[in-house]
Design a protein. Structure first.
Length: 402
């Protein structure tokens, strides 16, 4: 009985031990499985972020390459390892005046047959492996191209895949720099001429006063001629200054009320002439070149003063407006109206032509400057006039010039 009980207990313990061992192995198996899943999930997450990052860099560089290819005034051409043209950007044909689409897949020698200067540089790159980085000047049929030439190989795994040729057209930048220099010289010249002219004019007026009682028509006529010529030179000098002023835009926020107040204070019309501004608070501020607007307002005010004579009214007013061809674009309308003699119908069509003038002392450039300023600001100008009733000049400018 005892031995039987002992055997039962022994088998029970053995069974329990076997069960515990099975549970132990199952637990170990479950833990290792969970760990494997966790590692796999972590790997997938890292792979996802790596692929996302790679995709981001690919898109970024594709966008960079696209923008790089479409830079204005820049030609980019791609040649394979044999020196055959296989791709180029859309600026290339216009800049080089070459039918590149017809020459696709052909050797650089054929592509640049008419431009030996570029061909020789490209030959050094393709045959001798010499990188290109040079300033150049190309004399073509109808233009001169000045710029920077850059050429380099594309290498991967120590093997040449092809060559890239970049041509940067610097003509506009060079012309712009020269224009700036010329304009600075013009401003300086105008300033240097004005001082002695003022002295001459003052001296002539003094002489007139001194010899007022001398009965000599020839002397009086000579002094009058000197005064007339001095005034003419002053007008020409002023025009040179204006040309320099309207050459390039320098955009800032302009307060039209402040600008008009400043300009009106510089004029001294007859007592019976009223010169006023009525600048609307809703059309007071504009992004523009203040110096160019100053030239525009001065010319128009001077014309109105000449038109009204000893008596009349000149009004400058503004209001919000829209362009006739783009209603959504915010604009400001500047009206300068007077009660002067008006403009003859036959004359009205010619007022913006260079050198056309109805004034005995005019140069015919005033309204040319006005039109140029309006065009510089991407605006519109309209002139409405009626004989013996007056003239209204309407200028529409974008509120925010971009």
């Amino acid at each position: 009985m005892l031995s039987k009980s002992y055997l039962i207990v022994l088998f029970s313990i053995e069974k329990l031990l076997n069960t515990s061992e099975t549970l132990h192995f199952a637990t170990i198996f479950n833990k290792s499985q969970i760990l494997s899943y966790f590692v796999l999930a972590l790997f997938l997450i890292l792979l996802f972020f790596s692929l996302y990052r790679l995709l981001f860099y690919i898109l970024f560089h594709l966008n960079f390459i696209k923008n790089h290819l479409n830079i204005p005034n820049k030609t980019i051409m791609f040649f394979n390892s044999k020196g055959e043209l296989f791709h180029f950007n859309h600026n290339a044909e216009n800049m080089l005046n070459l039918p590149l689409r017809e020459k696709k897949g052909k050797s650089y020698k054929i592509v640049f047959n008419s431009l030996p200067q570029i061909r020789s540089h490209l030959e050094n790159l393709i045959v001798n492996g010499q990188k290109i980085e040079e300033e150049f000047t190309l004399f073509m049929q109808n233009k001169i191209l000045k710029g920077h030439l850059l050429g380099y190989p594309v290498i991967a795994f120590k093997k040449s895949l092809g060559f890239v040729l970049e041509i940067h057209d610097l003509s506009k930048e060079i012309i712009s720099e020269r224009e700036d220099l010329i304009h600075r010289l013009v401003r300086k010249m105008s300033h240097d001429i004005k001082t002695p002219l003022a002295t001459i004019k003052f001296s002539v007026e003094t002489l007139k006063y001194v010899i007022e009682n001398i009965d000599d028509e020839e002397v009086g006529e000579s002094l009058q001629n000197i005064t007339h010529e001095v005034n003419r030179i002053q007008a020409i000098t002023n025009n040179y200054s204006k040309i320099a002023q309207i050459s390039r835009l320098r955009i800032n926020i302009v307060d039209l009320k402040e600008l008009c107040t400043e300009l009106i204070s510089q004029f001294h019309p007859p007592e019976a002439v009223e010169l006023v501004d009525k600048i609307s608070p809703n059309a007071r501020y504009i992004t523009a070149d203040a110096d160019q607007l100053r030239v525009m307002f001065k010319e128009l005010i001077e014309n109105s003063l000449d038109a009204v004579g000893p008596k009349g009214e000149i009004v400058i007013n503004t209001f919000p407006a829209a362009f006739t061809n783009n209603k959504k674009k915010e604009a400001i309308c500047i009206n300068i109206s007077d009660t002067g003699v008006g403009i003859l119908p036959g004359v009205k069509d010619k007022i913006f032509e260079p050198s056309f003038t109805t004034k005995t002392h005019g140069t015919g450039l005033g309204l040319v400057f006005v039109k140029q300023v309006v065009e510089n600001h991407q605006g519109e100008i309209l002139v409405d006039s009626e004989i013996n009733k007056g003239t209204r000049v309407q200028i529409i400018l974008p509120k925010e010039l971009k």
